[in-house]
Structures are given as structure tokens and as C-alpha cells.
Design a protein around this ligand. Structure first.
Ligand code: FAD
Ligand code: SIN
Length: 522
């Protein structure tokens, strides 16, 4: 059993910045970060476009960023949250810079501000087209210097420990639920550790792996949503899955799908059909820079009509020297596939990219479970409404890690470790010899979600998806009860839970908003 003041699950931008804040605030406290793969692996690492913040008040304003966010969210954002995030953005960005993150500058030494869909101004700070990689690099150096932070790589959080796990649970059944830490599988030792904490923060990121084609790496399996749902935390808005319009189309398909940043369209690239027709103006006056939900749906409509597998992104007219400076990573990737962007159009498809909802938190990052905070992509804060504005995700994680920090440090002194927490129970389990059920289960979930719960949904498809998922759920739960725990099995459970919740919330939503589109409501 390990005792730690703060347990942080996840080492993306949300988890790392929270860990740094609490550790720096009180050098005597202990902070443990568990992360299921190598410590840099995260959605954060793959972020390209950058971070949206109001930087230059001569050309931009908080009000404009707020309005852009509200418009993209299609009437479902919490306006107080939007204001708070946008207005606190510049201070949080400055901290990131102080921690060593480098952002590109222009020829006069000011920040080079990019533009993306739905933004009325250039306001995206970036590091070439590898902003997330640069953020992880700098934050991990800072984490390495903090003596009171322990990072446990290859450690997979299975479940939160709550009253449900205690011997005395019958007597506390009706009281509010409390988080006492988490059961964590040490992947190398193959043993489950019991980590007891005073405060737990879940920062486990996204769930793009619920779909076949996704920009999210293999770690994005909705673990935070699955764990929180099992612990009976409130979940909301998960029907709003954001599909990125322009992932690189390749055969054989690569997972994750390589992203062609929206910043490339901000730089002037145009979408074309296979016949060479420009089509975006048919769908929105903002053309290629309409918000992501609109561009993704337009591409989906064009592909359904033409029967093609992809559309094209045309960069041939752009200033090559500047393109190379801004997008070296994209350029290299295209070149490796024989695509010279000066001469050839890039084949692109839509891909599951971001989940706008998740574990419900208040403006201090508190979930509905006591002593459990949540931050980053696994949460629903109210910022994104029905569709996230591009590059608002990294910003949200920064603002909420600060707010969670301020709130949780005030609570720490009054808390103590729960010493009644039992060790992980392995009774009646044995080595699973049917791994095919797990691999097949994962690919089945992805296929069901891609075919039935994608950009365009219908009542019949949703019902069918739910039925099919229920079957896989029953089968997997049976396997779970009798098997020695494995990461693959746990991930499958969480993917099924997340997929099921996306279906259930989709069936409850009765009008089309933002990224949610049911053809029966047209
Ligand atoms: P992540 O960065 O995903 O970190 C989650 C961490 O939790 C990982 O370390 C993971 O290993 C760990 N973890 C998960 N489950 C468990 C478990 N059970 N046990 C232990 N550890 C666990 N947003 C922007 O604002 N701007 C952009 O330019 C941008 N570009 C993007 C490009 C791509 C290709 C992708 C995929 C996303 C992009 N996004 C962008 C979205 C943004 O990157 C993410 O929403 C954000 O980084 C999420 O940060 P996070 O800390 O919440 O989660
Ligand atoms: C991109 O660079 O296109 C991704 C930006 C985002 O997801 O916010």
C-alpha cells in the first residue's frame, strides 16, 4: 500500500501542470503521478495547432474570443465558464512560458499567432506544428526537478477506491461518495498496488479509441469516464464527439491517424473533391474556416454523395518557404508518403478527435465525488458546449489545473488517509486464455461506433449500436469477473462504458446542436 497526499492519474498537460502546482506550493507534500505508458505519451504530445489565448489587445479582445467560443458551442456553453477560461488564459499561458515552453515568434519578435476554424482573429500560440510535443518536453523537465513528485510510468489506474470497497460500506451506503485513492496495476510487476490518497485528480484524457479512425493515440480509451461512471460520478455531454475534418488518408490505415492541422487551413489551404471542386462555400460563408463540426459534416456529405474515400487539401498555391517553417512535421510526413505539397493535393478524411463532455466538474474542478478532482479532456466543464472551438482544449486544461490546485490545497490539511482500504481482491480469478475475446471486443466497439454513432446518426442506428454494445458488455463483464486483471481487459471495459454512454446520451438528445447530428431531426 502506498500513501500519497495527491494522486494524479495522467501525465498530459492537465495532470503534469496540476502536479507541478501542488508540489511547488508545499514542498513537504507528496505527489504521485501514475501514467499508463511512457510518461510523455498522451493526446497532449500530438497537439499541433497550439493554444488559443488573447494576446494582443490592439487586434483582439476577450469579448471576441468569448463570442467565438459561444458560437462554436452552438448555444450550449456555460457562458460564465467561457468568460472565466478566456480571461484567465493569458496568466496561465505565461506560467507555461515560465516553465520553459517555447512558442514561435515572428520577424519582429512578437508571438506568431496562427488562425484556426471558428476564430475571428489570429490568436493561436504554437511551436511550429508540434506544440504538444514541446509542452510535454518542458513540463517533464520541470517535473523531474521536483523532489516531492514521484512519477510511476507503466502504471494503469483501474478504479477509484470509494466507500463501495470498504468493509463498512453497508453503513455508509447512503452518504455522499468519497474517493480514497485508486487501485493501480503495475504493468511491469504485474501486481495491483493500492494507492491511498487524500486528494485524487483524474486527468486521463480522451476516448478517441472508441472509433476506428481517430487522431488519438492508443492510450485514449476513456478510462477516466469509465472509472468515474463506475464510482457513480456525474457524467455529461458525451454525445458531443468532435470529428476533425482533416486527418491524413493512408492505406494501410495508420493508428492514430496523422493529423493535418487546422492551422494549415488557417494558412490558406483549400478543400477540394476528387474532381477538383471547391465545396466549402456551399456549406458556410466562412468556407474552410467554418467551425470544425460544419467542415467535418460537409466532408462527410461530399463523400457520401460521391462514394469516394477521401477529399483533398490543396496547399499547392501556398508560400512553400513559409509553409516549411510553420509545418515541418506535416511536410515531412507528406514527403515520406511521396506527397510533395507544392505539386500534389493531400488526401484527407474525418477522424474522431475530441470528446467535448465527460466527468462533470464545477468551476473549481470538483467532481460530484468528495476529494476527487478532474481536469482536461476527460471532463465536462461547460466550456465547449456542443462543439469545442479549435485550440481551446489545452487552454481549458491549464485554467482548470490552476483552479483545481487552488481549491484542493485548501482542503488538504483537513483530510487524512483512510486506513480501512482493503488490498485488491483476486479471489476466484485465473489467467485469461481467451484474449481473442478482448481484441475482437475492442475492434467491434470501434466498428459499431464508427458505423452507427459517427458524424451523422439516426434513431435506428443508435438503438442498434446500444443493443450490440450491451452484448459485448455482458460478455466482457463475465470475463472480467473471472480473469486476473490486464490492461487490455480494463481498457475494453472503459471503451464499452464510454461508447455506451455516448449512445445513451445521443438517444436522449432531441435536437441537432454543434457536433451532434441525428438525421431524423432534420
Ligand atoms: P492527455 O494529454 O491525453 O493525457 C492523459 C494522460 O493520462 C496520458 O498520460 C495517459 O497515458 C494517461 N492515462 C489515461 N488513462 C490512464 C489510466 N487508466 N491510468 C493511468 N494513466 C492513464 N488541443 C488544442 O487545444 N490545441 C491543439 O493544437 C490540439 N491539437 C491536437 C492534435 C491531436 C493529434 C490530438 C489527438 C489532440 C489535439 N488537441 C489539441 C486536443 C488536446 O491535445 C487534448 O485535448 C489535451 O492534450 C488533453 O490533455 P489531457 O492532459 O487532458 O490528456
Ligand atoms: C489542429 O491542429 O488542427 C488541432 C487543434 C485542436 O484540436 O484544437
Amino acid at each position: 500500500m502506498i500513501q500519497t497526499d495527491y494522486l494524479v492519474i495522467g501525465s498530459g498537460i492537465a495532470g503534469l501542470t496540476y502536479a507541478l502546482r501542488v508540489a511547488n506550493h508545499n514542498k513537504n507534500c507528496s505527489v504521485t503521478v501514475v501514467t499508463k505508458a511512457e510518461k510523455g505519451e498522451s493526446n497532449t504530445k500530438y497537439a499541433q495547432g497550439g493554444i488559443a489565448t488573447v494576446h494582443d489587445l490592439d487586434i483582439d479582445s476577450f469579448e471576441q474570443h468569448i463570442q467565438d467560443t459561444l458560437v462554436a458551442g452552438d448555444g450550449l456553453c456555460n457562458e460564465a465558464v467561457v468568460r472565466m477560461v478566456v480571461e484567465e488564459g493569458p496568466a496561465r499561458l505565461q506560467e507555461l512560458i515560465d516553465w520553459g515552453v517555447n512558442f514561435d515568434e515572428n520577424h519582429i519578435g512578437d508571438f506568431d499567432l496562427g488562425k484556426e476554424g471558428g476564430h475571428s482573429q489570429n490568436r493561436i500560440l504554437h511551436h511550429k506544428d508540434i506544440t504538444g510535443y514541446e509542452i510535454e518536453r518542458a513540463l517533464l523537465i520541470m517535473i523531474g526537478k521536483a523532489e516531492n513528485i514521484t512519477v510511476l510510468e507503466e502504471h494503469y489506474a483501474i478504479d477509484f477506491i470509494t466507500e463501495h470497497h470498504l468493509e463498512s460500506r453497508k453503513t455508509v451506503r447512503d452518504t455522499a461518495i468519497t474517493c480514497f485513492g485508486a487501485y493501480v496495476l503495475d504493468k511491469n510487476q504485474n501486481e495491483v498496488k493500492t494507492i491511498v490518497s487524500k486528494i485524487t485528480l483524474i486527468a486521463s484524457g480522451g476516448s478517441g479509441q472508441a472509433y476506428t479512425t481517430t487522431t488519438n493515440p492508443s492510450i485514449a480509451t476513456g478510462d477516466g469516464i469509465g472509472m468515474a461512471y463506475r464510482a457513480k460520478a456525474e457524467i455529461e455531454d458525451v454525445e458531443f464527439i468532435q470529428f476533425h475534418p482533416t486527418a491524413l488518408y493512408q492505406l494501410p490505415q495508420e493508428s492514430p491517424a496523422f493529423l493535418i492541422s487546422e492551422a494549415v487551413r488557417g494558412f490558406g489551404a483549400k478543400l477540394r473533391t476528387a474532381k477538383g471542386e471547391f465545396f466549402m462555400r456551399k456549406y458556410d460563408d466562412r468556407g474552410e474556416l467554418a467551425s470544425r463540426d460544419i467542415v467535418a459534416r460537409a466532408i462527410d456529405t461530399e463523400l457520401k454523395a460521391s462514394g469516394d474515400n477521401y477529399v483533398f487539401l490543396d496547399c499547392t498555391h501556398l508560400d512553400y518557404k513559409e509553409f516549411k517553417k510553420h509545418f515541418p512535421n506535416i511536410l515531412n510526413k507528406c514527403a515520406s508518403l511521396g506527397i510533395d505539397v507544392r505539386k500534389k493535393w493531400i488526401p484527407v478524411v474525418t477522424a474522431a478527435h475530441y470528446i467535448c463532455g465527460g466527468v462533470k466538474v464545477d468551476m473549481d474542478g470538483k467532481t460530484s465525488i468528495k476529494n476527487l478532482y478532474a481536469c482536461g479532456e476527460c471532463t465536462s466543464t461547460g466550456l465547449h458546449g456542443a462543439n469545442r472551438l479549435a485550440s481551446n482544449s489545452l487552454l481549458e486544461a491549464l485554467v482548470y489545473s490552476q483552479r483545481s490546485f487552488v481549491s484542493s490545497v485548501k482542503e488538504l490539511d483537513a483530510l487524512s488517509f483512510n486506513t480501512d482500504v482493503p488490498e485488491w481482491d483476486t479471489t476466484n480469478t485465473s489467467q485469461n486464455k481467451e484474449n481473442i475475446l478482448i481484441t475482437h471486443g475492442r475492434s467491434s466497439v470501434q466498428k459499431i461506433m464508427s458505423d452507427y454513432v459517427g458524424i451523422v446518426r439516426s434513431n435506428r442506428r443508435l438503438k442498434s449500436a446500444e443493443k450490440r454494445l450491451s452484448f459485448i458488455y455482458e460478455e466482457t463483464e463475465e470475463l472480467y469477473k473471472e480473469s486476473i486483471i490486464s490492461v487490455e481487459l480494463c481498457e475494453l471495459r472503459n471503451l464499452i462504458t464510454t461508447a455506451y454512454l455516448i449512445c445513451e446520451f445521443s438517444m436522449k438528445r432531441k435536437e441537432n446542436k454543434g457536433g451532434f447530428f441525428n438525421k431524423d431531426f432534420v
